[in-house]
Each structure stands twice: as C-alpha cells, then as structure tokens.
Write a protein that binds this ligand. Structure first.
Ligand code: ATP
Length: 269
C-alpha cells in the first residue's frame, strides 16, 4: 500500500514510521561502507533497497538487524530510539528477518525449525521445560499449533516432518520465511529473498510479499530488478555507500543518477 492511500495503520499513527534509520555511517577501517544513510519503513509498505555491487546493501541490512554497529546515526523503532539493536532482541522489537544463508538447523525438522522462531511466545522458563511442567507442555502445544498454521499459510505444511537438507532450495527458503513470520513481526527484513529462485518461484514470492504487506512493513534487499520494481512501494538506491535516490518505482526507473550508477556498473563489469 502506498503512503498516500494508507488508512488502516493497525495502531501505528501514520505520521510515525515503524522503523527509521537516520544518518547512518559505517566504516570498515579506511573504507566507508555507508555514509549518512537514512531509510524509513512504514506500516503496510514494501521498501526495497537496491544498488550496484559493493553499494552497501548488505551493510545496511546488517545495521537494521544489529549485526553491524554504525559509527554514527540513529535507529528508531515506533519513534523510540534503539541505540544498539541486538540480533537476539529483534523479536521483542517486533522485527524478524531472513538471511541469505537461510540459517536452518540441519538436525531439526521443518516444524521444529519454525518453532524456534516462535520462542518469544514461550512463557515458561528453561527449568520448567526441563521438568516437563504443565505450563511448559501447554506452551509447547501452542507454539506447535502456531508454527503449523504458518507452514500451512505458506503452502509447505506437507514438509513439516522433513529435514531441511532433503528439500528443494525454494522450499527451504519458505521454511526460513515461516520461521521469521511465526514471531508475528510488524517489520520483516528480507535479505536477497529471490536469490536462487527460478522465474515461477520468484513470481510467487512477489505475490507473497505483497500479501504480507497487508499486515506488516517489509524491507527487502535484492538484486532482481523485476521483483523489486513490481513488489515495492518505495525504493532506496545506494551507490558507493550513499543514497542516490529514494522514491516510488516509476520515479526510480527514470532517475538519471540511478541509470548512470547501473550503467557504470555494466561498464565496470
Ligand atoms: N566486514 C567488512 N570488512 C571490510 N569491508 C567490508 C566488510 N563488509 C563489507 N565491506 C565493504 O563495504 C562495501 C559495501 O559492501 P556490502 O557488502 O554492504 O555491499 P553490497 O551492496 O551488499 O554488495 P553486493 O551486492 O556485492 O553484495 C564494499 O566495498 C565491501 O567490500
């Protein structure tokens, strides 16, 4: 949904972005990977981040997830400053992410992998789980039911008892997405969601992301222009660590700085 026709914001006032990076700068030694980069993610919006190789996309994603700590800049979630988001605290901020590497546990079934993502709903502690106390058992049942529902939503419930390595890559990608969605995030961060997918799977992914944006904000970093252009409401374009354009897909496609950055990339290639 585009900003101008936002009506139902699900509780977050429309004046306030769900997630905001302001003036973020990241340096690796002498190399400036991000320079004064800002980005906002609004409820029910798909925001794409694109840019030529080495532009800083992964670094930006890693700042959002708390894997990389910026040297300067601010991060706000629902208007509140979050000076140092930590990867393991994302769920409690209402943020979930999928990574390029998927990060599935090979020794756990699909369902168990997804249940790991639902852990924030667990009310009982480690000791009661160890002793098999009643609260822990009911927690387990609820997490299982929630995880099964997400697998059903994503059309992969038939694989619930399979080990990830036995499944085709596109299904494994869905498992990773299910694990992120089961925490019921308000903001979903997707790193290269289309990588390794064929044309049909990519089309389905696009439809899925659009559908998800009915109930959350999505920030996606991806190389695939077709996907980004067709799915995103707004796009931020990075080049050499700087934002060179930000706006709706139509404007981005015609932006001279963007065209020249990508032409430059072809020339470099
Ligand atoms: N941990 C690191 N240490 C040193 N330099 C790094 C590190 N991570 C990234 N860089 C450098 O920062 C710049 C931005 O890298 P980044 O991976 O964020 O770009 P990208 O847009 O994701 O590139 P690609 O599309 O090729 O994945 C690059 O010059 C890269 O070499």
């Amino acid at each position: 949904m585009r900003r101008e026709d936002t009506v139902d914001t699900g509780g977050t006032p429309p004046e306030q972005p769900l997630f905001e990076l302001q003036g973020v700068t990241v340096r690796f030694g002498g190399l400036t990977a991000l320079s004064d980069v800002s980005l906002t993610a609004w409820h029910r919006e798909v925001h794409g981040v694109i840019g030529p190789n080495g532009a800083g996309k992964t670094t930006l994603f890693n700042v959002c997830c708390g894997f990389v700590r910026p040297e300067a800049g601010e991060i706000h979630v629902r208007g509140e400053p979050v000076p140092h988001p930590r990867p393991h605290r994302l769920a409690s901020l209402g943020i979930a992410r999928t990574l390029q590497g998927l990060g599935l546990f090979r020794g756990l079934t699909v369902l168990e992998n997804v249940m790991v993502g639902a852990d924030r709903f667990r009310r009982s502690g480690f000791v009661s789980a160890l002793l098999g106390l009643r609260r822990s058992v009911s927690d387990e049942r609820a997490l299982r039911a929630k995880s099964e529902a997400v697998l059903r939503d994503l059309g992969i419930h038939a694989h619930a008892t399979a080990l990830p390595d036995s499944l085709p890559y596109p299904v494994r990608k869905r498992v990773a997405l299910a694990r992120a969605l089961v925490s019921e995030p308000e903001l979903l961060l997707l790193d290269e969601p289309a990588s390794g997918l064929g044309h049909d799977d990519m089309g389905e992914l696009g439809e899925l992301v659009r559908a998800l944006s009915d109930r959350m904000a999505v920030v996606l970093v991806d190389h695939h222009m077709d996907l980004v252009m067709s799915v995103c409401d707004r796009i931020t374009v990075l080049d050499f660590g700087r934002v060179i354009a930000s706006g709706p897909p139509d404007a981005i496609a015609e932006d001279p700085a963007v065209v020249s950055a990508y032409l430059g990339e072809e020339a470099r290639a």
